[in-house]
Design a protein around this ligand. Structure first.
Ligand SMILES: Nc1nc2c(ncn2[C@@H]2O[C@H](COP(=O)(O)OP(=O)(O)OP(=O)(O)O)[C@@H](O)[C@H]2O)c(=O)[nH]1
Length: 384
């Protein structure tokens, strides 16, 4: 089959774009050492797309085996999207998930081998196999994005995949409803030209979208570095001061806000007897237990050493007192151990709430500090 010149140009354009994108990802991985695993995977995705599209363009040529240009091209295209699907979780620094994409590639290939090559149903299965794979990517990307951006933004960023899956789904349906000989991409028609231009745009958008997600990941990592305490994962002092200012602003808008200071008891003794690593583990353990008691909206920060602060939103002094008692009870109830040796981890708590006339957050901090001092003075392991 001889291809229309316009189709050749468009296919060449898409493949040139894939090659350029592949070079950019390789440079990212090799030279910039930026997000190396994802960059390698995206380079491979673009190479697979080039090969898949290249083999597709050779359909009907007598010197090329039909198995390569038919089943081969579909498998390569599916593998390209399958790779994105399995290694997409790397963007969120999670382990790759390859079972579902690999299963889908194999199932589609098996079906294609069973059906007469190039028939109406063969074409439909190949298009729908690719559609399902892209939908699988859609789902993963959307869920990952939901963790960091709002639903509407996540949907917008997932749009290239939604559109791409729609393109393939419509093609698959077209093969069922219309004469497949008129539907081959290689013949010249307005629909095909539109389809190929959209394909070009989608390749561009998908590469840009992955790059955007990596930048987003970098920003989040930087934010974490700036705001998080490295040992416990709680907010650090700088972030706490910011959160206190926000709580004060909320108080001025009429929202109840409360603060609980937590200081572990006899922590020096624990460090002296069990060693510093045990002390570190105890601090991490405490933060994890406190988190189990707090609501999502509440904040835990490490002020330094073994002192922590809990910022409780829409909570008055009574509510904060209850939260502190709950944490204290949890510490007493759960036995902390270090290398099989039980150690009673206890803490003292100072509670204060924003009051009318508080001119700034430092007033609340001073009251909570005084309450904590009182708890220590009265013998520790209590809430004041
Ligand atoms: N393991 C570990 N210990 C720390 C860390 N930061 C501070 N410390 C130790 O925490 C201990 C705090 O001791 P103190 O201020 O005397 O407090 P305490 O022994 O808990 O006494 P009270 O608060 O009065 O019950 C010191 O021994 C510090 O070295 C840390 O990040 N890891």
């Amino acid at each position: 089959m001889s291809m229309a010149p316009q189709t050749v140009t468009l296919l060449l354009l898409i493949n040139t774009l894939c090659l350029l994108a592949c070079t950019a990802w390789l440079l990212m991985a090799r030279v910039r050492h930026f997000a190396r695993r994802v960059s390698w995977v995206m380079a491979a995705v673009n190479v697979l797309l080039v090969l898949g599209i290249g083999l597709y363009a050779l359909r009907g040529r007598p010197d090329w085996p039909a198995l390569l240009t038919h089943e081969g091209s579909v498998t390569l295209l599916m593998a390209a999207f399958g790779l994105m699907c399995s290694f997409g979780p790397l963007i969120a620094l999670e382990a790759p998930r390859w079972r579902a994409p690999a299963g889908l590639v194999l199932a589609t290939l098996a079906l294609l081998l069973l059906l007469p090559q190039g028939s109406r149903w063969w074409l439909t299965v190949s298009a729908l196999g690719i559609t399902l794979m892209i939908l699988l990517i859609c789902h993963g990307v959307y869920i990952r994005l939901l963790r960091v951006v709002k639903a509407a933004t996540a949907l917008l960023l997932t749009l290239p995949y939604i559109l791409l899956s729609l393109m393939f789904a419509l093609r698959g349906l077209g093969f069922v409803l219309l004469d497949p000989s008129q539907q081959g991409l290689l013949t010249q028609s307005l629909t095909n030209t539109l389809w190929l231009w959209t394909g070009f745009l989608m390749v561009l958008l998908i590469n840009a979208q992955v790059a955007f997600m990596l930048v987003l990941r970098l920003v989040l990592q930087l934010q974490q570095l700036i705001h998080q305490d490295a040992l416990t994962g709680a907010l650090n002092r700088r972030a706490f001061e910011l959160a206190m200012k926000q709580a004060h602003a909320a108080h001025e808008r009429g929202q109840a806000q409360a603060l609980v200071l937590v200081d572990m008891d006899h922590f020096k003794r624990l460090n002296d007897e069990l060693g510093h690593p045990a002390g570190d583990e105890a601090l991490r353990w405490l933060v994890a237990r406190v988190r189990e008691v707090l609501r999502e909206v509440d904040t835990i920060a490490r002020l330094g050493g073994e002192e922590f602060a809990l910022l409780l939103h829409e909570s008055d002094k009574q509510g904060a007192f209850q939260v502190a008692e709950r944490v204290r009870a949890r510490l007493r109830q759960l036995d902390w151990q270090w290398q099989g040796r039980p150690w009673p981890l206890r803490a003292s708590f100072g509670v204060a709430a924003w009051e009318a006339g508080d001119s700034g957050p430092e007033r609340v901090l001073a009251r909570a500090d005084a309450a904590l001092y009182e708890a220590k003075r009265q013998g520790r392991d209590r809430v004041c």
